[in-house]
Design a protein around this ligand. Sequence first.
Ligand code: SF4
Length: 295
Amino acid sequence: MSTTSNRTVIMAKEVGFCFGVKRAINLTKQALSERDGVFILGDLVHNKRVTDELEGKGLRKVDDYSSEQKGTMVIRAHGLPKERVAEAKLRGIDVVDATCPIVLRAQEAAQTLERDGYQVVIVGDKNHAEIKGILGALENPALVVDSIEELHEAKRSFRLLRKIGVIFQTTHALELCNSIVNEMLMMCKEIRIINTICRPVQNRQDDALDLAEKVDLMIVVGSTTSANTVELAALCRHHNANTIHVQNADELDPETYSNCKIVGIASGLSTPEDLVEAVRLKVLSDEPALATTSA
Ligand code: SF4
């Protein structure tokens, strides 16, 4: 916690990269230092500062590898469908797999459910890279739903009434998943659930929600293209309407917190720690010197 005579700033217990993002960045840096022609499909993480830095070290971002004949492809933390990995290897491309171990466990959970005869249902965003990776790990089509409305829509075309096996996008909020699963209970005879929500994500969400309830203003720091940051900000807003989402200290308008005595700060899992620290310092510097603490 940091406190001045007029304001206290409380930081969430954990800010900065999660271990999966740290691991992916380290593996990419190692590949860049040891190999030539390192490229990646899409962004390694959803943070421009980080991707700019890696591109400065030589990482090439490509939308498709069909024109790549050699080189090294980094698989990002969200994973990649297995047929795409196999296809790249067939083309003679080396692969550095930075898929987060927790995402790999979600893929394995979906495979287990499929093998045991369940219709796999994934609660998640069908356009997210992680979900595409999980779908690519399965032999048969899975159903992907991200809201109760989508579940009802799917019921018309999918046979949901017998055995379904459910997993969750690793970065999803338990609150959202719970409400969808409750609805499924009214539609199906047998449901097996494997909780694939990432523990670091859940800990951060729980911590941020506790914090949001105690403060006059909650600030969530991270990219607007980062799904977990956007979701964290939405959750905090649900518990404290006075929540703002900023990408960095430059986006902070001092007017927003000029009358706030207690300000909380949390961050997404792909937000560099120094960006969060810069936000904390800015909130403090607009007041006579305070002190800071952890939640
Ligand atoms: S949020 Fe969780 S699943 Fe995603 S990269 Fe970080 S540790 Fe892995």
